[in-house]
Write a protein that binds this ligand. Structure first.
Ligand code: NAP
Length: 238
């Protein structure tokens, strides 16, 4: 088996996803930049390669069955297997006009956010599983948020985004249970409050700091934790 490990990062063209790609590239991974916009994807791959990372891009819109199937085919052709999948792509959803206040919730916003943040993760994961099963120590990391923690109930009231991350946490636990007897380790990660386009660059942490927990969970040993929710400080309550 080829010793170079391959990692797919969804939404890797900017923000935390780009930093995860950089972080995994720096420790020797062949990084697949999954991104839906051709130009942004090309520029990200160029920036990674200029920094010495072994990277290539695949067109990937997590809301499209065809796009995700095409990405899996491209990775199979180029790498033959997948060692790590980072489900990072995510959206906050519109908030204008009280669109994410529970009492005036815009159900179309809920559908849109769930389509990307939850169904997108399932769509990508299931398309990549055949490639992950070919790896000796496959890892899946779902980028969640402590806003999805029912215990912490942190951050602003956002009744599409926060529940999408609660559901993603639950889906993560379901995958971990089904895959418990396999080599595939699945966990959820919280990057903290990170300065990216997502937060209007108002977060207190850098994308590199936000990426660190994903890199750690992507490189867990074979006896590492399964089906958990972690940030830099350790376990995040569900
Ligand atoms: P960001 O800068 O807005 O980047 C989001 C990435 O997701 C972009 O690459 C975006 O691509 C991509 N994306 C969105 N919809 C997509 C789709 N349908 N198909 C493929 N890619 C798609 O956000 P970020 O702050 O780096 O956030 C990354 C992840 O961390 C998200 O899941 C977010 O919920 C989570 N998170 C962030 C924070 C924070 O403080 N920033 C805190 C907790 C959790 P385009 O460039 O094409 O839009």
């Amino acid at each position: 088996m080829n010793n170079t490990k391959t990692a797919l990062v969804t939404g890797a063209n900017k923000g935390i996803g780009f930093a995860i790609a950089q972080g995994l590239g720096a420790i020797g991974f062949n990084v697949v930049v999954g991104a839906r916009d051709d130009l942004r994807r090309k520029e990200a791959v160029e920036r990674l390669c200029a920094a010495g990372v072994d990277a290539f891009g695949v067109a990937l819109d997590v809301t499209s069955d065809d796009s995700v199937a095409g990405a899996a085919e491209a990775i199979e052709r180029k790498a033959g297997r997948l060692d790590v999948l980072i489900n990072n792509a995510g959206i906050g959803g519109r908030t204008d006009g009280g669109a994410q206040n529970p009492t005036s919730l815009d159900l179309d916003v809920v559908r849109t956010v769930l389509e990307t943040n939850v169904l997108g993760v399932v769509r990508v994961t299931n398309a990549m599983l055949p490639l992950l099963r070919r790896a000796s120590s496959p890892r899946i990391v779902n980028m969640s948020s402590n806003m999805g923690s029912l215990t912490l109930q942190t951050g602003p009231v956002l009744a599409a985004y926060a529940p999408s991350k609660s559901m993603l946490n639950s889906v993560t636990a379901q995958y971990a249970r089904e895959l418990a007897q396999t080599a595939i380790i699945v966990n959820a990660a919280c990057p903290g409050y990170v300065a990216t386009e997502f937060t209007g660059f108002s977060g207190s942490r850098t994308p590199e700091q936000g990426a660190a927990i994903a890199v750690r969970l992507a490189t867990l040993p074979d006896d590492g934790p399964r089906g958990g929710f972690f940030d830099d400080a350790g376990v995040v309550p569900w």
